[in-house]
Ligand binder design. Sequence first.
Ligand code: KIV
Length: 282
Amino acid sequence: MANYGIDSEKSASGAARKAVTLRDLKARKTSGERIVMLTCYDASFSQVLDDCGVDVLLIGDSLGMVLQGHASTLPVTMDQIVYHTECVARPKPKAWVLADMPFGSYQESPAQAYANAARLMAAGAQMVKIEGGAWLAPTVEFLTQRGIPVCAHLGLTPQSVHQLGGYRVQGRDDAAAKQLIADAKLLQTSGADMVLVELIPTPLGRALTESLSVPTIGIGAGPHTTGQVLVLHDILDVTPGKKARFVKNYMAGAGSIREAISRYVAEVRSGAYPAPEHGFES
Ligand code: KIV
Protein backbone atom coordinates (compact mmCIF):
# COMPACT_ATOMS: atom_id res chain seq x y z
CA MET A 1 0.00 0.00 0.00
CA ALA A 2 1.20 3.50 -0.73
CA ASN A 3 2.79 5.20 2.24
CA TYR A 4 2.02 8.90 2.23
CA GLY A 5 4.27 9.47 5.21
CA ILE A 6 1.62 11.23 7.24
CA ASP A 7 3.23 12.65 10.36
CA SER A 8 6.63 11.34 9.18
CA GLU A 9 9.38 13.28 10.95
CA LYS A 10 12.29 11.76 9.06
CA SER A 11 13.66 11.99 5.54
CA ALA A 12 14.63 8.96 3.41
CA SER A 13 18.15 9.17 4.86
CA GLY A 14 16.65 8.86 8.34
CA ALA A 15 17.84 12.30 9.37
CA ALA A 16 15.34 14.59 11.06
CA ARG A 17 14.52 17.62 8.94
CA LYS A 18 13.36 20.88 10.45
CA ALA A 19 10.36 22.58 8.90
CA VAL A 20 11.42 25.29 6.47
CA THR A 21 10.12 28.70 7.58
CA LEU A 22 9.82 32.05 5.84
CA ARG A 23 12.48 33.32 8.22
CA ASP A 24 14.88 30.57 7.01
CA LEU A 25 14.17 31.37 3.38
CA LYS A 26 14.73 35.09 3.90
CA ALA A 27 17.99 34.40 5.75
CA ARG A 28 19.32 32.66 2.62
CA LYS A 29 19.53 36.06 0.98
CA THR A 30 22.49 36.92 3.20
CA SER A 31 23.85 33.45 4.04
CA GLY A 32 24.32 32.63 0.35
CA GLU A 33 22.82 29.13 0.70
CA ARG A 34 20.70 28.67 -2.41
CA ILE A 35 16.96 27.98 -2.21
CA VAL A 36 15.81 24.85 -4.06
CA MET A 37 12.26 24.99 -5.39
CA LEU A 38 10.41 22.49 -7.58
CA THR A 39 6.82 22.26 -8.73
CA CYS A 40 4.79 19.55 -7.01
CA TYR A 41 1.17 18.58 -7.52
CA ASP A 42 0.44 15.45 -5.47
CA ALA A 43 1.01 13.69 -2.15
CA SER A 44 3.47 11.04 -3.40
CA PHE A 45 5.84 13.56 -4.94
CA SER A 46 5.38 15.85 -1.96
CA GLN A 47 6.99 13.17 0.16
CA VAL A 48 9.70 12.30 -2.37
CA LEU A 49 10.71 15.94 -2.91
CA ASP A 50 10.67 16.58 0.82
CA ASP A 51 12.88 13.53 1.46
CA CYS A 52 15.31 14.75 -1.21
CA GLY A 53 15.72 18.10 0.56
CA VAL A 54 13.74 20.42 -1.71
CA ASP A 55 13.11 23.65 0.24
CA VAL A 56 9.94 24.88 -1.46
CA LEU A 57 7.13 22.89 -3.12
CA LEU A 58 5.32 25.03 -5.69
CA ILE A 59 1.79 24.01 -6.64
CA GLY A 60 2.22 25.75 -9.96
CA ASP A 61 -0.53 26.49 -12.43
CA SER A 62 1.85 24.74 -14.85
CA LEU A 63 -0.29 21.77 -13.80
CA GLY A 64 -2.67 22.96 -16.51
CA MET A 65 0.00 22.05 -19.04
CA VAL A 66 1.84 19.08 -17.52
CA LEU A 67 -1.11 17.31 -15.84
CA GLN A 68 -4.09 18.45 -17.89
CA GLY A 69 -2.56 18.80 -21.36
CA HIS A 70 -3.62 22.39 -22.01
CA ALA A 71 -1.51 24.66 -24.23
CA SER A 72 -1.29 27.33 -21.49
CA THR A 73 -1.97 27.86 -17.78
CA LEU A 74 -5.06 29.95 -18.48
CA PRO A 75 -7.78 27.26 -18.03
CA VAL A 76 -6.63 26.32 -14.49
CA THR A 77 -9.26 27.04 -11.83
CA MET A 78 -9.20 27.90 -8.13
CA ASP A 79 -10.88 24.59 -7.27
CA GLN A 80 -8.10 22.70 -9.06
CA ILE A 81 -5.28 24.56 -7.29
CA VAL A 82 -7.07 24.08 -3.95
CA TYR A 83 -7.35 20.34 -4.63
CA HIS A 84 -3.68 19.95 -5.58
CA THR A 85 -2.57 22.11 -2.64
CA GLU A 86 -4.48 19.82 -0.28
CA CYS A 87 -2.78 16.79 -1.87
CA VAL A 88 0.72 18.30 -1.54
CA ALA A 89 0.15 19.50 2.03
CA ARG A 90 -1.47 16.28 3.29
CA PRO A 91 1.82 14.40 4.03
CA LYS A 92 2.87 17.43 6.13
CA PRO A 93 6.11 18.15 4.27
CA LYS A 94 8.90 20.00 6.06
CA ALA A 95 9.34 21.99 2.86
CA TRP A 96 7.61 25.36 2.50
CA VAL A 97 4.35 25.10 0.52
CA LEU A 98 3.76 27.82 -2.08
CA ALA A 99 0.57 27.85 -4.16
CA ASP A 100 -0.04 29.68 -7.42
CA MET A 101 -3.10 31.87 -7.73
CA PRO A 102 -4.62 30.96 -11.09
CA PHE A 103 -5.67 33.30 -13.89
CA GLY A 104 -8.75 35.33 -12.92
CA SER A 105 -8.46 34.68 -9.17
CA TYR A 106 -6.70 37.91 -8.07
CA GLN A 107 -6.68 40.45 -10.92
CA GLU A 108 -10.04 42.06 -10.15
CA SER A 109 -9.42 43.55 -6.71
CA PRO A 110 -7.43 43.06 -3.49
CA ALA A 111 -10.62 41.76 -1.85
CA GLN A 112 -11.06 39.11 -4.58
CA ALA A 113 -7.39 38.14 -4.18
CA TYR A 114 -7.80 37.84 -0.40
CA ALA A 115 -10.89 35.62 -0.63
CA ASN A 116 -9.11 33.23 -2.99
CA ALA A 117 -5.74 33.34 -1.22
CA ALA A 118 -7.53 32.50 2.04
CA ARG A 119 -8.89 29.32 0.40
CA LEU A 120 -5.35 28.31 -0.60
CA MET A 121 -4.00 28.97 2.90
CA ALA A 122 -6.84 26.88 4.37
CA ALA A 123 -5.89 24.10 1.91
CA GLY A 124 -2.32 24.04 3.30
CA ALA A 125 -0.41 26.73 1.42
CA GLN A 126 2.00 28.90 3.41
CA MET A 127 2.46 31.53 0.72
CA VAL A 128 0.75 32.47 -2.55
CA LYS A 129 2.27 33.54 -5.86
CA ILE A 130 0.76 36.16 -8.16
CA GLU A 131 1.93 37.27 -11.60
CA GLY A 132 2.40 40.93 -12.41
CA GLY A 133 4.19 44.21 -11.72
CA ALA A 134 3.43 47.58 -10.12
CA TRP A 135 -0.34 47.29 -10.64
CA LEU A 136 -0.34 44.50 -8.01
CA ALA A 137 1.18 46.65 -5.25
CA PRO A 138 -2.20 47.32 -3.53
CA THR A 139 -3.02 43.59 -3.67
CA VAL A 140 0.34 42.59 -2.18
CA GLU A 141 -0.18 45.13 0.60
CA PHE A 142 -3.74 43.93 1.25
CA LEU A 143 -2.72 40.25 1.47
CA THR A 144 0.43 40.69 3.51
CA GLN A 145 -1.26 43.04 5.99
CA ARG A 146 -3.75 40.22 6.57
CA GLY A 147 -1.14 37.54 7.24
CA ILE A 148 -0.75 35.99 3.80
CA PRO A 149 2.87 35.87 2.59
CA VAL A 150 3.24 36.74 -1.10
CA CYS A 151 5.74 35.75 -3.78
CA ALA A 152 5.63 38.15 -6.74
CA HIS A 153 6.20 36.61 -10.20
CA LEU A 154 7.86 38.92 -12.76
CA GLY A 155 9.58 38.64 -16.13
CA LEU A 156 7.74 36.16 -18.31
CA THR A 157 4.33 35.87 -16.69
CA PRO A 158 2.69 32.87 -18.42
CA GLN A 159 -0.85 34.00 -17.60
CA SER A 160 -0.18 36.97 -19.95
CA VAL A 161 1.22 34.78 -22.74
CA HIS A 162 -1.16 36.15 -25.37
CA GLN A 163 -0.36 39.75 -24.51
CA LEU A 164 3.38 39.00 -24.48
CA GLY A 165 3.23 37.28 -27.87
CA GLY A 166 4.53 33.91 -26.69
CA TYR A 167 6.98 32.47 -24.17
CA ARG A 168 9.75 34.97 -24.91
CA VAL A 169 12.69 36.32 -22.92
CA GLN A 170 11.65 39.53 -21.09
CA GLY A 171 13.61 42.60 -19.97
CA ARG A 172 16.01 42.56 -22.92
CA ASP A 173 16.14 46.30 -23.50
CA ASP A 174 17.26 48.86 -21.01
CA ALA A 175 13.83 50.38 -20.38
CA ALA A 176 12.18 47.00 -19.79
CA ALA A 177 15.02 45.92 -17.47
CA LYS A 178 14.71 49.14 -15.43
CA GLN A 179 10.92 48.74 -15.27
CA LEU A 180 11.24 45.16 -14.00
CA ILE A 181 13.60 46.23 -11.20
CA ALA A 182 11.39 49.19 -10.27
CA ASP A 183 8.30 46.93 -10.16
CA ALA A 184 10.10 44.37 -8.00
CA LYS A 185 11.24 47.08 -5.55
CA LEU A 186 7.70 48.46 -5.29
CA LEU A 187 6.27 44.97 -4.65
CA GLN A 188 8.94 44.38 -2.01
CA THR A 189 8.03 47.68 -0.33
CA SER A 190 4.38 46.62 -0.49
CA GLY A 191 5.21 43.47 1.47
CA ALA A 192 6.28 40.74 -0.98
CA ASP A 193 8.64 38.34 0.81
CA MET A 194 9.98 36.67 -2.32
CA VAL A 195 10.30 37.54 -6.01
CA LEU A 196 10.24 34.82 -8.66
CA VAL A 197 11.55 35.85 -12.04
CA GLU A 198 11.12 33.90 -15.24
CA LEU A 199 12.99 34.02 -18.54
CA ILE A 200 15.15 37.13 -18.29
CA PRO A 201 18.79 37.73 -19.27
CA THR A 202 21.41 36.55 -16.77
CA PRO A 203 22.80 40.08 -16.12
CA LEU A 204 19.29 41.29 -15.26
CA GLY A 205 18.82 38.32 -12.89
CA ARG A 206 21.97 39.47 -11.11
CA ALA A 207 21.02 43.18 -11.04
CA LEU A 208 17.55 42.34 -9.73
CA THR A 209 18.92 40.12 -6.97
CA GLU A 210 21.40 42.82 -5.94
CA SER A 211 18.61 45.44 -5.87
CA LEU A 212 16.34 43.58 -3.46
CA SER A 213 16.56 42.58 0.19
CA VAL A 214 14.15 39.63 -0.26
CA PRO A 215 15.21 36.36 -1.92
CA THR A 216 14.85 35.97 -5.67
CA ILE A 217 14.02 32.66 -7.35
CA GLY A 218 14.93 32.23 -10.99
CA ILE A 219 13.75 30.06 -13.86
CA GLY A 220 15.71 30.81 -16.99
CA ALA A 221 17.18 33.83 -15.18
CA GLY A 222 20.81 32.73 -14.75
CA PRO A 223 22.82 31.60 -11.71
CA HIS A 224 22.79 34.78 -9.59
CA THR A 225 19.31 34.53 -8.08
CA THR A 226 18.97 33.38 -4.45
CA GLY A 227 17.30 30.16 -5.60
CA GLN A 228 16.11 28.21 -8.60
CA VAL A 229 12.84 26.60 -9.63
CA LEU A 230 12.00 24.16 -12.42
CA VAL A 231 8.91 22.20 -13.41
CA LEU A 232 9.10 18.66 -12.00
CA HIS A 233 7.96 17.00 -15.24
CA ASP A 234 10.68 18.84 -17.17
CA ILE A 235 13.55 17.64 -14.98
CA LEU A 236 12.16 14.09 -15.02
CA ASP A 237 12.00 14.23 -18.84
CA VAL A 238 8.28 13.52 -18.87
CA THR A 239 7.26 16.68 -20.75
CA PRO A 240 7.00 15.89 -24.46
CA GLY A 241 8.42 18.07 -27.24
CA LYS A 242 11.24 20.57 -27.43
CA LYS A 243 12.69 21.61 -24.06
CA ALA A 244 13.26 25.23 -23.06
CA ARG A 245 16.94 26.16 -22.95
CA PHE A 246 16.97 26.45 -19.15
CA VAL A 247 15.61 22.90 -18.61
CA LYS A 248 18.02 20.17 -17.57
CA ASN A 249 17.03 16.52 -17.81
CA TYR A 250 18.07 15.04 -14.45
CA MET A 251 16.86 11.56 -15.40
CA ALA A 252 19.79 11.26 -17.82
CA GLY A 253 22.21 8.90 -16.08
CA ALA A 254 20.05 8.63 -12.93
CA GLY A 255 19.00 5.21 -11.63
CA SER A 256 15.77 6.45 -10.06
CA ILE A 257 13.48 9.44 -9.70
CA ARG A 258 14.84 10.03 -6.18
CA GLU A 259 18.39 10.10 -7.54
CA ALA A 260 17.40 12.56 -10.29
CA ILE A 261 15.73 14.92 -7.80
CA SER A 262 18.64 14.63 -5.35
CA ARG A 263 21.02 15.59 -8.16
CA TYR A 264 18.92 18.66 -8.94
CA VAL A 265 18.98 19.64 -5.26
CA ALA A 266 22.76 19.14 -5.05
CA GLU A 267 23.44 21.07 -8.28
CA VAL A 268 21.30 24.05 -7.26
CA ARG A 269 22.94 24.14 -3.84
CA SER A 270 26.47 23.95 -5.29
CA GLY A 271 25.73 26.39 -8.12
CA ALA A 272 26.46 23.76 -10.81
CA TYR A 273 22.91 24.38 -12.07
CA PRO A 274 22.20 26.57 -13.95
CA ALA A 275 25.29 26.45 -16.18
CA PRO A 276 25.96 29.28 -18.66
CA GLU A 277 24.22 27.34 -21.46
CA HIS A 278 20.96 27.36 -19.47
CA GLY A 279 20.83 31.17 -19.43
CA PHE A 280 20.47 34.11 -21.80
CA GLU A 281 23.37 36.57 -21.90
CA SER A 282 21.23 39.33 -23.39
O1 KIV B 1 3.34 27.32 -12.58
C1 KIV B 1 4.55 27.15 -12.47
O2 KIV B 1 5.06 26.03 -12.52
C2 KIV B 1 5.40 28.32 -12.30
C3 KIV B 1 6.86 28.11 -12.54
C4 KIV B 1 7.13 28.07 -13.99
C5 KIV B 1 7.67 29.12 -11.85
O3 KIV B 1 4.93 29.38 -12.04
